[in-house]
Design a binder for this molecule. Structure first.
Ligand SMILES: Nc1nc2c(ncn2[C@@H]2O[C@H](COP(=O)(O)OP(=O)(O)O)[C@@H](O)[C@H]2O)c(=O)[nH]1
Ligand SMILES: [Mg+2]
Length: 299
């Protein structure tokens, strides 16, 4: 028998739709999604296992220019995902204009060793007139394996992408899958509950607040019917702390309620959630601090 397995990294600008695509492919919420840039901070794996193949997708933070230690940590994650993968899927937002620097980025990516597939996303909200010039420009880049327009929300062409990947995945005679057959992500439940808080914060507050917070699970105790979770939210300024908490604590309560709802779906149990807000000046600029709040920022 012939088996196929390997890593496929999903790379592209912020908001291109990487996290939504990984969730649609896996059929579970492995990565949080929001309309704001820099929602994803870590590389997150999403795993599809079928009888004869296992595809390990790597969701990455969006490509952008680094401004601080947290940015550098995120960009290092993108480079290591590309370096460690068998195939790169580069996502381009089909509802936006294709820029020259993006063309240059793809051109450069194709010159490296991994085979590159380009996915044009969000075709449910764009027009053929817009996508066609993109296809024309991209087809001038020699070496792209496939260019696939798709929609994660409407589940269009996801099977086409999966088949294109299967054609390029390394083949082996033995079934040397990388993960257990029932695993769909590499992330722990602790990580996923912390991410639930970050996702809700991205929707509830103005951009600068969620971008400046770190979330850390300080207690996670799972009983038979109830999970007790305590979470520290670290922000950069006392003014942000008051915004996070809100008048009479209403805002934090709302955040807790929304996050708890997702946690209960994830854990399939009742959750008792406590949120604590702390201030740590400029934690995003200090490699030591970013690792102290859960990001492994040191080389
Ligand atoms: N209409 C539409 N919106 C999408 C699609 N995929 C992603 N989005 C939206 O685009 C925004 C950014 O998505 P996200 O997956 O977080 O992008 P990422 O930064 O590349 O991970 C979110 O508001 C998504 O709901 C799609 O197929 N169709
Ligand atoms: Mg993302």
């Amino acid at each position: 028998m012939e088996y196929k397995t390997g890593y496929v990294s999903l790379v592209g600008k912020a908001n291109a739709g990487k996290s939504t695509l990984i969730n649609a492919l896996i059929g579970e919420k492995v990565a949080i999604v929001s309309p704001k840039p820099q929602t994803t901070r870590n590389n997150i794996l999403g795993i599809i296992t079928k009888e004869y193949h296992q595809i390990v997708f790597v969701d990455t933070p969006g490509i952008h220019v680094s401004k601080n230690a947290l940015d550098k940590y995120m960009m290092k994650n993108v480079r290591s995902a590309i370096g460690g993968s068998d195939i790169v899927v580069y996502l381009i937002d089909g509802s936006k204009k294709l820029t020259d620097d993006e063309i240059a980025y793809v051109d450069n990516l194709v010159k490296k060793e991994n085979p590159v597939i380009v996915a044009i996303t969000k075709i449910d909200v764009t027009k053929y007139e817009k996508v066609y010039p993109m296809l024309a420009r991209l087809s001038e880049i020699k070496g792209i394996k496939e260019i696939i327009p798709l929609s994660s929300l409407k589940k269009r062409n996801l099977d086409v992408l999966e088949n294109a990947i299967l054609k390029l995945l390394p083949v082996s005679e033995q079934k040397n899958f990388l993960f257990a057959e029932d695993e769909y992500t590499d992330k722990s439940l602790r990580f996923m509950v912390a991410e639930a808080v970050r996702e809700k914060a991205l929707y509830l507050y103005d951009e600068e607040i969620p971008h400046g917070i770190a979330i850390e699970v300080v207690r996670f105790e799972e009983g038979e019917k109830l999970v007790e979770i305590d979470i520290d939210i670290t922000c950069e300024r006392d003014s942000h702390k008051s915004i996070l908490i809100g008048k009479h604590g209403f805002k934090l309560k709302e955040l807790g309620e929304q996050a708890r709802h997702d946690m209960e779906t994830l854990l399939n149990k009742k959750v008792m959630l406590k949120l604590f807000v702390k201030t740590k000046k400029n934690w995003r600029n200090r490699p030591n601090d970013i690792s102290n709040v859960g990001y492994n920022g040191e080389e």
